[in-house]
Design a protein around this ligand. Structure first.
Ligand code: AMP
Length: 286
């Protein structure tokens, strides 16, 4: 293959900005002006293309692009035969069955013989078939949540993240069809050179995603407090402990969960730690 490696990112919608930001953090220098563009990377020759999120799985399966960022729900809906390389930690949502909160339907079995509106007709149909239920799917592209109110359907199958949209429309979830998040995917039949680029891109992207949930914690501890301070640290491995130039103190470095930092600082200080620093991590390969 002589053309550059092609990476597709969602052109708009809720996956666009985080996908672009992740590509940049991974060293793919994307300069957005226009729809298709060439990204210059020192290590790779990658052409970055922007495409509709729901077209991306098919483009990848067909080999029109080599790798892409796609929502898992869209991969499943397109029945796209692609390799899922790295879950990206954004675009998290669930495809759920929801019905009017004030209605009589309390579980999916009660939808037997009924209709659901959905932008994911294939996935929804497979779900109800697996449940042994005869449920007609009404394909709708936007504002699926309006369908029950308009008496166009008994329920819906739609993506839910916070649940606010369901609540605002008087709906409640009664079942989860699948969990989704943005995912780095690649076509299955990559040739040798493209396969190597995809593997390297996946490693770098995975290291950026892994780093986001972690912080680098540095502190100094008097020797007599060292054991107490270390006992508080749930690091990736055991923390690094280094003697300081001035005796009686050690520096302690550890990688900790970002979520744990707020709960760690006061106990560390109480245990004798001082000069605490918490730093972001750019890349992390465990
Ligand atoms: P778009 O419709 O272009 O904004 O992209 C929709 C994609 O974003 C979906 O296919 C999902 O993968 C993801 N997503 C994450 N949370 C939600 C949500 N609450 N509603 C719709 N899509 C979501």
């Amino acid at each position: 293959m002589t053309r550059p490696f092609r990476l597709a990112l969602p052109s708009k919608g809720r996956l666009h900005a985080p996908a672009l930001e992740l590509a940049r953090a991974a060293g793919v220098e994307v300069d957005v002006n226009g729809r298709a563009l060439h990204a210059h990377c020192s290590r790779w020759d990658i052409e970055v293309l922007f495409a509709r999120a729901d077209d991306i799985p098919a483009w990848t399966a067909d080999g029109a692009v080599d790798a892409a960022v796609a929502g898992r729900d869209q991969i499943v809906e397109a029945a796209a035969e692609v390799d899922e390389l790295v879950p990206l930690g954004f675009g998290r949502c669930a495809l759920e069955v929801a019905v009017p909160a004030a209605g009589a339907i309390a579980e999916v079995g009660a939808l037997d013989g009924g209709r659901v509106a959905t932008a994911h007709p294939r996935t929804a149909a497979a779900f109800f078939a697996a449940e042994g239920l005869a449920v007609e799917t009404v394909p709708i592209r936007g504002s699926v949540e309006l369908a029950p109110r308009l008496d166009a359907a008994d329920g819906i199958v739609d993506l839910v993240s916070s649940g606010d949209t369901l609540r605002q429309n008087g709906l409640r979830s009664i079942a989860t069809v699948l969990e989704s998040e943005a995912t780095l995917v690649a076509r299955r039949d990559l040739d040798g050179r493209a396969r190597a680029v995809a593997a390297e891109l996946a490693t770098v992207i995975e290291s950026v995603v892994a780093a986001r949930g972690k912080r680098y914690l540095m502190l100094n501890a008097p020797d007599e407090s060292l054991d107490d301070v270390i006992a508080l640290l749930p690091g990736m491995d055991s923390p690094t402990v280094l003697p300081l130039a001035r005796g009686g103190l050690h520096a302690v470095h550890a990688v900790v969960d970002a979520e744990a930092v707020a709960d760690l600082l006061a106990p560390l200080q109480a245990a004798g730690a001082r000069s605490l620093l918490v730093l972001p991590i750019q890349n992390l390969i465990p």
